[in-house]
Design a protein. Structure first.
Length: 212
């Protein structure tokens, strides 16, 4: 998920010096609107949406973390205290740099980093996506899977293997579920091998669904 940095522009320059730190500003803003999840109808609707999906939403901060990796707030004062303005702009620049670095490291950990060619393709698909669906997030893992799908004959070959096993005398009395349970680790290994060969982005997660 992305990081969000909120800039409170034209803040009162008379605020106590400790109130200009990122930690203090972020804490103050989130505390001010902590009960919005139960008081604001629109925010409450979003909270209910995530609660129905197993998220624990008690305060607004919990809801924000359903959409963002982190929330950071930076105050920038009104003109007049130019030294403070300069310091806060520098702090904003530092926060942007830090969050970009955090995002890059997290993408490496989750195996979703792009090389130059993949970045160009993702950028193009991103423009196509947001030109039609501005309010829907872009799924980078889905882009990778679309660009490097598992071969279409993979499922057919697995089915042929299952049918061949079913004819084996040692499988007498075994149901389709039993056979697929025996095949589970082998099928998972095949998927993982194809996943690595095609450099599909993201952490691999899958489930075998038994039709029997």
């Amino acid at each position: 998920m992305p990081h969000v940095i909120i800039v409170l522009n034209c803040a009162d320059p008379g605020i106590d010096q400790t109130g200009w730190t990122v930690e203090s500003t972020t804490s103050t803003l989130l505390s001010t609107y902590a009960n919005a999840v139960s008081e604001n109808p629109h925010v409450k609707e979003l909270s209910t949406f995530w609660q129905e999906r197993g998220k624990v939403i008690k305060i607004t901060k919990d809801l924000l973390h359903c959409y963002y990796s982190s929330v950071t707030v930076v105050r920038v004062p009104q003109k007049g205290r130019y030294g403070l303005v300069d310091a806060q702009i520098a702090e904003l620049s530092l926060q942007i740099q830090r969050k970009c670095e955090d995002a890059r490291e997290n993408r490496k950990r989750l195996r979703v980093s792009f090389n130059a060619e993949e970045f160009q393709q993702a950028l193009s698909m991103g423009f196509d996506h947001f030109s039609n669906r501005l309010n829907e997030p872009l799924d980078f893992v889905q882009i990778s899977c679309t660009s490097n799908p598992i071969p279409p004959n993979f499922g057919g070959n697995i089915l042929r293997l299952v049918l061949a096993m079913k004819e084996d005398p040692r499988m007498a009395g075994k149901t389709g579920r039993d056979i697929f349970q025996l095949l589970g680790h082998m099928v998972a290994s095949c998927i993982m091998l194809d996943y690595v060969r095609h450099e599909i982005k993201g952490m691999m997660g899958f489930a075998l669904v038994f039709p029997y």
